[in-house]
Ligand binder design. Structure first.
Ligand code: 5GP
Length: 139
């Protein structure tokens, strides 16, 4: 069963497409958080960011890079929040990688990305050192 976004890629369900190339597609979110809220996807179905092959990841970033100023200018935004919900626990509902470009406006009442969890994590220096080493060892 293909994702709803694959159905958009295949033209099986309609969407307000704003950009398309060989490997990526961008279209307006059906439930926008702001005017111009746009989703950028790889056309092929990958659930999480780490599933995306490197060449497709490069294409995806290039499309995001290209779209951010276009979206902001189209709706006269002051800024934008650009984010992926990567995995169900992070709020990802559609299991097909997608980048949200959410236009932001002075005084729009929204917060920074720091607001996605309850508050800052309470971590000691030695825990931070251990985490940094662990991440570095996996790169
Ligand atoms: P997620 O929570 O997975 O990061 O976000 C999924 C997004 O896809 C939501 O913002 C939702 O409004 C949007 N969405 C879900 N179904 C459709 C659809 O059929 N068409 C479009 N254009 N957007 C959709």
């Amino acid at each position: 069963m293909s994702t709803i976004f694959s159905q958009i890629v295949d033209g099986e369900i309609p969407a307000r497409v704003v950009y398309e190339d060989e490997t990526t597609l961008a279209f307006l979110d059906a439930n926008p958080l702001a005017p111009g809220h746009t989703l950028v996807i790889p056309k092929d179905e990958y659930e999480r960011l780490n599933d995306v092959p490197e060449d497709v990841a490069e294409d995806l970033y290039a499309t995001v890079h290209h779209l951010v100023p276009a979206v902001e200018e189209a709706v006269d935004a002051d800024a934008s929040t650009v984010a992926f919900n990567n995995g169900e626990a992070a709020g990802q509902e559609v299991p097909h990688v997608h980048c949200h470009i959410v236009p932001r406006f002075e005084g729009d009442g929204g917060g920074p990305i720091h607001g996605v969890v309850g508050g800052p994590a309470d971590l000691e220096d030695d825990e931070l050192d251990e985490i940094a080493d662990d991440i570095e060892s996996r790169t």
